[in-house]
Write a protein that binds this ligand. Structure first.
Ligand code: PLP
Length: 381
């Protein structure tokens, strides 16, 4: 099998498993316990926080461990907006981009439904990018928070985060970015990026599913979503996932952003697919994209049929469209980029990790040619 679905999840790296193993077995203590087992767990948790902070170039106290990217996004969007509204009732609008992951989009909708917020959506261009001018146009005096993802999970487009964050900083508006897909591929230095909050998730990086972190710059207030024993300095109650935190910190320390060889392989793959499949077109930005993502539309097919055919040929990837209630629904991300609905339903995303080889991608490109050809010949939609 050729696994080209690393944006969905990745296998746990051996080094990560080895680092977390003691905290699942012999050193299984609760970090809040005062005996030696607890102290050993607390030391491991503190070490994981320091290491994570090092990877993000921030202070350990600015890192909150969560159950993953979804929780980190929820905590950032709801927690920061609610804290600002509590301090000033007039701050009752949030800005999100038109291509956010549902973890951000639905958090904003929750604020709208239950807390009287208005949601302003900043549009994207045909490549899925938010321009600083487009963001500036939607910012208001009442804007409590802006959330724009670092890199898109469906098409891989990378946003001009530094410029967007700088614009918000000038206006005194906290800026959050969902860096779940960017982590592992792009620099995560929170000082250089200038963001006030940033979400990451372990399972996209070689750590297990169910762990992540939210960076929140000190002095940015966050209303907690989980109440209880006051763990994570009151930001996120619940007994900490010590092994998960160690796994996340280890995985982050192992990744090396800026992997040009993967970028070159991706570009060869894109060229081969575009040359081999008549009518195929690349979605997302041609250059400002994750090294690891190649996404296409194959007009005249359905993305789901192409996926099934590819899997029969041993290539595993995913469609760009969310499958709603068992029927193909066009991806809101592609629609926001101006792609017509019938074309958006033909989307397929290939995403790989740093171990991908030229031979695998060459084989995959040939499989794509055959898969699209057979779907078109059979008229399957
Ligand atoms: N944000 C983005 C951009 C994602 O791609 C994902 C997962 O696919 C998430 C958030 C959610 O992360 P998790 O699966 O850790 O909840």
């Amino acid at each position: 099998m050729i696994f080209l679905d690393a944006a969905a999840t990745t296998p746990v790296r051996r080094e990560v498993l080895e680092a977390m193993w003691p905290y699942l077995t012999g050193d299984f203590g609760n970090p809040s316990s005062h005996h030696s087992l607890g102290e050993s767990a607390a030391t491991a948790l503190a070490g994981a926080r320091t290491a994570t902070a090092k990877s993000l170039n921030c202070r350990p106290a600015e890192v909150t461990f969560t159950s993953g990217g979804t929780e980190a996004d929820n905590l950032a969007v709801k927690g920061i907006a609610l804290a600002r509204q509590a301090a000033d009732q007039a701050l009752n609008r949030v800005v999100i981009s038109a291509v956010e992951h549902p973890a951000v989009e639905e958090s904003a909708r929750y604020l709208e439904r239950f807390h009287g917020f208005a949601v302003d959506t900043v549009p994207v261009d045909g490549y899925g990018q938010v321009t600083p001018a487009a963001l500036a146009a939607v910012l208001r005096r009442e804007t409590a928070l802006v959330s724009v993802m670092y890199a898109n999970n469906e098409v891989g487009t990378v946003q001009p985060i530094r410029e967007l964050a700088a614009l918000c900083r000038e206006k005194g508006i906290p800026f959050h970015t969902d860096a779940v897909q960017a982590a592992g591929w792009l620099p995560l230095d929170t000082k250089i990026l200038g963001v006030d909050a940033m979400s990451i998730s372990g399972h996209k990086l070689g750590a297990p599913k169910g762990n992540g972190a939210l960076f929140v710059r000190s002095r940015t207030r966050v209303e907690p979503l989980l109440h209880g024993g006051g763990q994570e300095r009151g930001r996120r109650s619940g007994t900490e996932n010590v092994a998960g935190a160690v796994a996340l910190a280890t995985a982050l320390a192992l990744v090396r952003p800026g992997q040009e060889h993967v970028e070159a392989l991706r570009d060869d793959f894109i060229r081969e697919v575009l040359a081999g499949v008549p009518g195929a077109h690349l979605t997302g930005h041609p250059a400002e994209r994750l090294p690891s993502v190649a996404s296409f539309c194959f007009p005249g097919t359905s993305g789901e049929s192409v996926l099934l055919e590819l899997e029969r040929q041993g290539v595993v990837c995913s469609s760009g469209s969310a499958c709603a209630a068992g029927s193909d629904a066009a991806s809101p991300v592609l629609l926001a980029m101006g792609i017509p609905s019938d074309v958006a339903q033909t989307a397929v995303r290939f995403s790989f990790d740093a171990s991908v080889t030229a031979a695998e991608l060459h084989e995959a490109a040939a499989a794509v040619r055959h898969a699209v050809d057979s779907v078109q010949t059979l008229g399957i939609r």
